[in-house]
Design a protein around this ligand. Structure first.
Ligand SMILES: Cc1cc2nc3c(=O)[nH]c(=O)nc-3n(C[C@H](O)[C@H](O)[C@H](O)COP(=O)(O)OP(=O)(O)OC[C@H]3O[C@@H](n4cnc5c(N)ncnc54)[C@H](O)[C@@H]3O)c2cc1C
Length: 637
């Protein structure tokens, strides 16, 4: 099957303008006739629903939480990239485009990434107009800091709470539309199926998480902004409710899942400290602006950090990558941390940690300056670890954090199913095999404020759709499927908790499909996942009923999807016989242990098509064509 990404012709820098002009428009008076469903109220969904409402469409907005404000996006700490070049340090749209393509190890689409870099500047203007309190320099200009994989300072931030402030901006715009009646909010709803009629996405079926009622909603188009699936690893930095269910159910209805094995392991998280832990905490990448990463030089050195003299410390990132130092991209920093710990040089009780040390920065800039920049992050670290990072180096270790894989979309952010748009972390589109820091917020808001308002109009004006209501048999069928599955979960009546099974799934993935992979391990993982899935359906304990608030049932449904999806992840990792970005197959590495791509055979997007529960999915390939950048071995030396 030919996957048409619908990339506009013409010079790269002119594609988006040309495309926007060519897209059909919906007359303002006609917009109110169209209903658009937006699932998810994070930065992607919140900004999309607000923008579409502002344009005059009737929007139905859904989320799991009690308020759109509680979407996982609120956790984002460090910042959002844009090519404003306020620092006058050599930034440009082209450089942001290039850094993102290179950061993703040349596995993203040029046209999408260039558009992202172009609209990044609009996002900052828009957010400033909304009143987002970005940090400012003394003279009033917006301040910037550096993030990994870039040699310029282009990250805009609001202390360590950038996601929260941006989400409050999107939320305010959304609530304005709710107040004027353009958007109707449906909080506490979980999308459990998508309804496809004549090849077009026409609605969703949701469970009301308070009453247990199954509801159907019809629309002219459906926009999924349901976030990422990093929780498949059980322990991750994501919010507990982050899941794969919405995108996975869409996959089962025919939407292709792209690059599911591209996951991001973030280098600076608070290390795991106990068997019963259910969540990991990120320490923002911004800390690597000033913190220096090191381990003791000899393996097994158990002295406290302040007793280890300078000459016996290994600042391995600064040594190995003098150009980028501690600000190498996340995949590179994570792999190096693992390598140091595997050599026995890890610190802390478990030996799975490295130091992130601020002593030099405090001596250079003073404690007050460091406190101003990172105060809330230091406080958070101290609360969790009972160790004061102003006095003792932080201990950090990589953890599952973000996913570059997601539903396949074309340049319009539409999946291969007509009328099903996918945005933010839920799609695969912009980050290739590794995402650079501060680029997820940029992508979510680019998609929601600046891409979908145009492309959804082009779709609605350019296609015809029969009138349908929720009485259509496709809704009845989807409701039946959802109800039966819910009852099946409740009738397992087993002895093992869902959390325990999920934890085991996490161990399997972390061990065999985490920071590094090999073919034997992936084959083994596939078998272990199949066995665990069988055990789940025979022995999981799912108490309560379907007719009221039942968080055990919610979790069971999400874990059941993770157990199926995990197999797709390892299959995808097995098929990709190369290393690129976050996908590191040990058989394919350079002499210096860096990821070694195979551009001849794997310069493509792997898009998987569901073929039924009893068959393997089918792999489709979208070739990636690079006309503007040269494919090189990524180097941060
Ligand atoms: C701790 C942390 C810090 C981060 N810091 C940064 C940073 O500094 N800069 C940066 O660029 N990126 C950062 N990221 C990444 C970034 O926060 C996310 O990628 C981004 O916020 C995702 O936004 P989203 O709108 O796509 O999805 P989300 O914010 O995850 O929102 C998903 C929405 O979908 C809803 N939903 C999900 N499933 C369903 C369903 N089945 N039915 C109904 N609703 C559903 C949820 O309720 C929610 O409203 C960070 C991530 C973490 C974990």
């Amino acid at each position: 099957m030919h996957l048409d990404a619908k990339i506009p012709s013409g010079p790269l820098a002119e594609k988006w303008d040309k495309h926007r002009f060519e897209l059909k428009l919906v007359n303002p008076a006609n917009k109110r006739k169209y209903t658009i469903i937006v699932v998810g109220t994070g930065l992607a969904g919140g900004s999309a629903a607000a923008s579409l409402g502002e344009l005059g469409y009737y929007v139905k907005s859904f989320c799991i939480q009690d308020s759109p404000r509680r979407a996982h996006s609120i956790a984002a700490q460090g910042g959002i990239n844009a090519a404003k070049n306020y620092q006058n340090d050599g930034d440009s749209i082209w450089r942001l485009f290039y850094d993102t393509i290179k950061g993703g190890d040349f596995r993203a689409r040029e046209a999408n990434v260039h558009r992202l870099a172009q609209v990044s500047n609009n996002i900052i203007d828009h957010c400033v107009a909304q009143g987002i309190p970005f940090a400012r320099e003394y003279g009033g200009l917006l301040a910037n800091r550096s993030f990994g994989g870039a040699q310029v300072s282009r990250t805009f931030y609001a202390r360590g709470q950038t996601g929260q402030q941006l989400l409050l901006g999107a939320y305010s715009s959304l609530m304005r539309q709710v107040a004027v009646g353009q958007v109707k909010m449906f909080p506490r709803r979980e999308m459990l199926d998508i309804v496809v009629i004549n090849g077009q996405a026409r609605g969703i079926v949701v469970r009301n998480l308070i009453t247990g009622e199954i509801e159907s909603h019809a629309a002219d188009a459906v926009v999924l902004c349901t976030g990422g699936y990093a929780n498949v690893f059980y322990l991750s930095t994501n919010a507990m409710a982050s899941n794969v269910s919405a995108t996975f159910r869409a996959y089962k209805k025919g939407a292709f899942f792209a690059n599911p094995c591209y996951t991001q392991i973030h280098p600076t998280c608070i290390p795991v400290h106990g068997t019963y832990q259910s969540k990991l905490t990120l320490m923002s990448e911004s800390l690597r602006n000033d913190g220096r990463v090191w381990v003791p030089k000899p393996p097994g050195d158990k002295r406290p950090p302040n007793q280890i003299p300078e000459s016996e410390r290994d600042y391995y990132l600064e040594e190995k990558y003098p150009s980028f130092g501690n600000l190498v991209p996340r995949d590179v920093a994570s792999r190096n941390a693992k390598a140091q710990c595997d050599m026995g040089k890890g610190v802390g009780e478990t030996g799975f940690a490295v130091y992130l040390d601020f002593a030099d920065a405090i001596q250079r800039d003073g404690k007050e300056v460091i406190q101003q920049k990172y105060g809330n992050l230091f406080q958070m670290y101290e609360k969790i670890t009972a160790s004061n990072p102003y006095e003792t180096p932080m201990m950090i270790y990589p953890a599952s954090h973000y996913v570059m894989g997601g539903l396949w979309v074309d340049y319009n952010l539409m999946s291969n199913l007509d009328g099903l748009f996918v945005m933010g972390e839920a799609n695969f589109s912009d980050h290739g095999a590794n995402r650079l820091g501060a680029s997820a917020l940029m992508q979510g808001l680019a998609d929601g404020y600046f891409v979908i308002p145009y492309t959804v109009g082009g779709y609605l004006a350019g296609t015809s759709r029969p009138e349908i209501t929720t009485d259509h048999p496709a809704f009845t069928e989807a409701t039946r499927y959802v109800t039966e599955r819910t009852q099946k979960l409740l009738s397992i009546n087993g002895k093992r908790t869902v959390d325990d099974i999920h934890r085991q799934l996490g161990h399997i993935l972390w061990g065999y499909c985490g920071m590094s992979r090999n073919d034997d391990g992936l084959l083994k993982a596939r078998k272990l996942i199949q066995e665990l899935r069988e055990e789940f359906w025979e022995n999981a304990m799912v108490p309560g009923s379907s007719e009221d608030f039942n968080q055990s049932l919610e979790r069971a449904g999400r874990v059941a999807d993770f157990l199926e999806f995990a197999e797709l992840m390892v299959m995808d990792a097995f098929e990709r016989k190369e290393s690129c970005g976050g996908h590191f197959n040990e058989a394919y590495q350079t002499e210096e242990h860096e990821a070694m791509r195979d551009d001849e055979n794997f310069c493509h997007v792997a898009a998987w098509e569901y073929k039924g529960d009893d068959n393997d999915p089918e792999l489709h390939k979208e070739p990636l064509v690079f006309e503007n950048v040269e494919l090189t071995q990524r180097s941060y030396k």
